[in-house]
Design a protein around this ligand. Sequence first.
Ligand SMILES: Nc1ncnc2c1ncn2[C@@H]1O[C@H](COP(=O)(O)OP(=O)(O)OP(=O)(O)O)[C@@H](O)[C@H]1O
Ligand SMILES: [Mg+2]
Length: 247
Amino acid sequence: MLSVRHLTLRYPNGTCALADFSLQVKPGELVIVLGGNGSGKTTLLRCITRTLAPTAGEVWLNDTNLTPLTGDKLRRARLALAMISQHASLVRRSSVLANVATGALGRHFTPWTAIGGLPAAELSAAYGYLDEVGLTHLAQQRAGTLSGGQAQRVAIARALAQKPKALLADEPVASLDPEAAEDIMRLLRRLAVEENLAVLCVLHQVELAYAYAHRVVGIRDGRVEFDLPRADVSRDAVKRLYMSEAA
Ligand SMILES: Nc1ncnc2c1ncn2[C@@H]1O[C@H](COP(=O)(O)OP(=O)(O)OP(=O)(O)O)[C@@H](O)[C@H]1O
Ligand SMILES: [Mg+2]
């Protein structure tokens, strides 16, 4: 279970991007966060991965409080959190399979570890993760030749190679066509359920949230506006998220 408790984040310039923000994502659950530009979504994900240190509050993953961790303990705890974003960020000259295998590097960390140094079992495991996203036929292809939707699938397979407990996604379909976007959301939901992953996904596409989320969290000005099962999220509540204060 990923548990965000009373998180507050104030940037050095004084902007309060998150204020007493709490949410939970259970294993097997796809939770989608909706909110306008600047409402604090990316800040939330960066606090969860501890790229940003919260001003107040805590982030727990199962029995571990990530908040006070530093150094090697933080690095190891972070392995349980995989992140994907709008851009797949693959190594274009490397094969698809090699890209997936890089997800395992963190679990075999030495400063000298390269893909060639990974145990053979990791390469066959990488093939398995590629199978999960339906792309084994592209294993040997250079990543730079992939379509946006394929590249995002490879990024997801790379995230799985990390063997995470939670998967965080910041606008993972923002640069995809509608059909590829549906494919990726279907995949994220299936992975949540079948791999028992806690999946937290930031989106701007309201219809995709209605179609694929188990729960939807609305964020506005760094605060939780609503946190509801998808069927209970009203169109009005979503509309209000995107209205300016003056409206
Ligand atoms: N490094 C920073 N320093 C100061 N303020 C920041 C910084 N990064 C973000 N902010 C501010 O924090 C608030 C939340 O930003 P954040 O990027 O989390 O929003 P978001 O919901 O992800 O928006 P978008 O939908 O545009 O991606 C905004 O007011 C933004 O201007
Ligand atoms: Mg953002």
